[in-house]
Every structure is written in C-alpha cells, then in structure tokens.
Design a protein around this ligand. Structure first.
Ligand SMILES: C[S@@+](CC[C@H](N)C(=O)[O-])C[C@H]1O[C@@H](n2cnc3c(N)ncnc32)[C@H](O)[C@@H]1O
Length: 150
C-alpha cells in the first residue's frame, strides 16, 4: 500500500484511519452488528460469498461469520494497521489490502446461470456479446442472454 491518488484514500490510509481502529472495538458492537445483519439478511437465501468494501478490523465480518458460517468472507481495506487487526480477528477471510478504486474482482459472476439455477422453468435460447468498436453497429460492451420460460 503506497501513495494514494485521492485525498479520501490518504485520509483513511493515514493517521485518521489509524486512530479510527481504536474507536471501533468491543463485544457490544459485535452483538449490535449481529442483531443488525440478522434483520438485513432475513429475506435472503443461500448466500455463498460476502465481500465488504472498507471492513476496518472486521466487526461486520465477525457478525456475518456468526450468521453465515458456511459463506466465504472477503474484504477490501486500505489502512494497513486495520488490515493487521482484521487478519487476527477473521482467520479465514480473503483480504485485499488496497483501495477500492484499484480493486478488480477476480470472480466473474454468471448472471444467466444464477437465473437458471433459481427458476427451473427457464431455457437458454441464445446469448452473445456486442463490442464497442464493432465496425457497423458500435454500442457499449454488452453481454446478453435470451431466456425462455417453458
Ligand atoms: C467508516 S469505516 C467503516 C468500517 C466498517 N465497515 C464498519 O462498519 O465497522 C470506513 C472503512 O473503509 C476504509 N476505507 C475508506 N476508504 C477506502 C478505500 N478507498 N479503499 C478501501 N478501504 C477504504 C477505511 O480504512 C475504514 O476502515
């Protein structure tokens, strides 16, 4: 974690971020986070992975590990001292010690597959890609799927 481009990043990577770590401790906070996320997650099912943007020392992740013991946890965090504590607090977590502005997800999502897994009456009819430098009909880069309800 070297120099950062924006004031926002320098602020959290530096002294303010270091001091913030100490503000953020305690079992009461974890209890509150568990209560909070239990409400947030009540209508969800089968969550497999969680990625927190700006996790600090992991107080949300600790709560989420309690509620979702089988889900894989990951976090992006810019402050190196927060990262050290995060790794101690959450042993199994995948940590990206960097700015969220530089983060590139290494897991590709398969939206079509997710839809077909969720609704077993969907059949894939066609799929394709539109390229922004297409000679005749340029557009945004678009990946598309055509699904039919059967
Ligand atoms: C207000 S704290 C919230 C911490 C945690 N999410 C929680 O609820 O306890 C914001 C966190 O985001 C991190 N952060 C801020 N800007 C970031 C950036 N550009 N990239 C990665 N992390 C960042 C900070 O270091 C800090 O840990």
């Amino acid at each position: 974690m070297g120099k950062f481009k924006t004031e926002q990043e320098q602020f959290w990577a530096g002294g303010f971020g270091d001091n913030y770590i100490e503000r953020n401790v305690g079992k009461n906070l974890i209890a509150s986070n568990i209560a909070f996320f239990a409400k947030v997650l009540k209508n969800t099912t089968k969550i497999k992975t969680v990625l927190e943007f700006g996790s600090n020392i992991g107080l949300n992740i600790i709560a989420l590990e309690t509620l979702l013991p089988n889900a894989g946890m990951a976090a992006i965090e810019i402050n190196r001292n927060a990262v050290k504590e995060l790794k101690k607090n959450c042993k199994k977590i995948q940590v990206y010690p960097m700015s969220i502005f530089d983060f590139e997800p290494d897991k590709k999502r398969d939206f079509c597959g997710e839809m077909m897994d969720k609704f077993n009456n969907l059949k894939i009819v066609d799929y394709g890609f539109v390229y922004h430098r297409d000679t005749n009909f340029p557009n945004d880069d678009i990946t598309w799927f055509l699904l039919e309800k059967v």
